[in-house]
Design a protein around this ligand. Sequence first.
Ligand code: ZN
Length: 148
Amino acid sequence: MDLDDLYQEIILEHYKQPKNQGIVAEADIEVDGRNPFCGDEIKLTLKIDEGTVSDVKFKGSGCAISQASASVMTEHIKGKKVSEVRELFQEFSHMVRGEEHQHQHIDDMDELSAFQGVSSYPTRVKCAMLAWNAMKDGIERELDKHGE
Ligand code: ZN
């Protein structure tokens, strides 16, 4: 298997120097994600203010794709409304699975597009989705709590 296409420069850069590392103080959402197939782990903390992700950080270990995906994700959801974040989740999820999707939020120049090569490697989809699934679970749980 030739991983060269997969481990693009963007992914390696984020893996080596991940953004938004750590734990958000007084986080509204704290969620742990695990991908036993690859041994990837992540702890994600978010702060939500008036329906907007005001802060997000992560800590984790695992393969380059899982950690780079978490890093790029935090950069893209910070400052966004929860409703936009859900749309972004859908779009990213379709993209990494190689499914048809609307190019509403992610264009070819976007760092998130670096992960579209993952769709050729089904076992890697779980790595790319780890942080996203954790984020979505955490947000859904938080919204349920408030009866929204
Ligand atoms: Zn992995």
